[in-house]
Design a protein around this ligand. Structure first.
Ligand code: GAL
Length: 405
């Protein structure tokens, strides 16, 4: 590090330019924890936000920047996208920082699979999110006599009760990645863990085209029938706001939604409830945000090393994830500062990893490369918007995946 600091520009005079899609209130609050951390080290932050949940727009901007020879210093990235950029030789080698901080011993295997390529650390894991959560307004459920549902049938009955009471049962934003996020949980519930893995990770045709997949699409039709009429194109955080304000009962969304509740001053257990999507209580479909460092000329720069090391420090992992709604990317961080949902998230993650129930999220780039993910998105969204019935959607899914493979 000393050598590279001498051969590159004066270390602390440089800024890091960070491309990310953390633009909602809760996301920006979490990002400020990272900015503040770097500021204390005298490193400036050049912000390059690209709005759009799930990061598709950010990845498009990234491709344009790299093509024009102007890669940002660090980029928020998910799963298979990291592996793709690493395969192209675009990412800096973080092994020196990783060795100094002992990342190998504390970052779980499931994350290392997306952070290390050929023995080389190429990105710094920030967190672990998971997608099979439901967020509920407690007062809305209480005043309608609804208990936390634990099966699909109970969930459907709760939705019907809200609908009968004139409350929008489900807050949703009609964007492809949000449709897919809901589908992640619904498919896990309908297919079970083995079926989810077979269909979305192994791309097995029988699982993709089976009866359980038809059930998953039928359940999506029920959900579609219970969102409000303005759902189309709505940003995810505005859907979360509907639950926060009591305009809707439930939102199925990853735990970044919790950041919005906290930002609005709400407390889990009192104002809102978090629970696993009914029928997926023992599973976790995860996605981990990481910062990949683009190679700026052979060796990791002092600023990139400082950013990576700040991200992996245990105190940052706690402070950031408490605000973001995610859980730490290190297994040795205490849950003391986390609220009830965070504590449950940490417990669920450890239990799912130990019992073989931890799976990469299809919707958030941890089950397969972007080309296949996007082929799945197209079918899920077309079906959600009424283009196909459930049976046609199943055969379209099989075909789309086989063409994209
Ligand atoms: C996910 C990302 C989260 C959150 C969410 C909505 O893909 O992992 O950190 O930002 O998108 O923007």
């Amino acid at each position: 590090m000393v050598a590279s600091a001498l051969t590159t520009a004066p270390a602390l005079a440089e800024d890091v330019e960070v491309l990310h899609w953390w633009t909602s209130g809760g996301e920006a609050a979490a990002l400020n924890v990272l900015k503040g951390d770097l500021e204390t080290q005298g490193i400036g932050w050049q912000d390059m936000p690209v709005a759009g949940g799930g990061g598709e727009a950010a990845m498009t901007v990234l491709r344009a920047r790299v093509t024009s020879g102007n890669a940002p210093t660090a980029v928020q990235m998910l799963g298979f996208d990291i592996l793709d950029w690493a395969d192209q030789g675009a990412l800096a080698d973080l092994n020196s920082v990783a060795a100094e901080q002992g990342w190998d011993a504390v970052v779980p295997e499931a994350l290392q699979a997306f952070a290390k390529v050929d023995g080389k650390w190429v990105s710094a894991p920030v967190n672990v999110h998971s997608t099979n959560w439901v967020w509920a307004n407690k007062a809305v459920l209480d005043s309608n006599g609804i208990a936390v549902p634990t099966t699909w049938d109970e969930f459907a009955a709760a939705v019907d009760a809200l609908s009968a009471a004139g409350v929008t049962p489900i807050a949703h934003g009609g964007q492809a990645w949000q449709d897919a996020t809901v589908f992640d949980a619904v498919a896990m519930g309908a297919l079970g863990p083995d079926g989810y893995k077979a269909a979305f990770i192994d791309l097995d045709e029988d699982a993709l085209g089976g009866d359980a997949m038809k059930t998953a699409f039928e359940r999506m039709e029920f959900i579609r029938a219970n969102v409000d009429e303005n759902f189309s194109g709505r940003d995810w955080n505005l859907a979360t706001a509907m639950v926060i304000n009591g305009e809707a009962g439930f939102q199925m969304m990853g735990d970044w939604a919790k950041g919005e509740f906290l930002g609005a001053g709400k407390t889990p257990g009192d104002d809102f409830l978090c629970f696993r999507f009914p029928g997926t209580e023992n599973q976790v479909t995860f996605n981990a945000d990481q910062f990949a460092m683009f190679d700026q000329g052979g060796t990791v720069s002092a600023e990139q090393a400082a950013l990576a090391s700040a991200i992996l420090s245990p105190s940052f992992q706690s402070a950031f994830n408490v605000v973001k709604g995610s859980v730490p990317a290190r297994t040795d961080v205490s849950d003391a500062d986390f609220d009830a949902c965070g504590k449950q998230g940490m417990k669920d993650l450890a239990a799912a990893a130990a019992s073989g129930n931890l799976f990469g999220s299809m919707a958030h780039g941890h089950a397969n490369p972007a080309s296949i993910k996007n082929a799945m998105y197209d079918v899920i969204t077309a079906h959600f918007n009424g283009e196909y019935d459930a049976e046609t959607a199943v055969s379209e899914l099989v075909d789309a995946v086989s063409i994209a493979k």
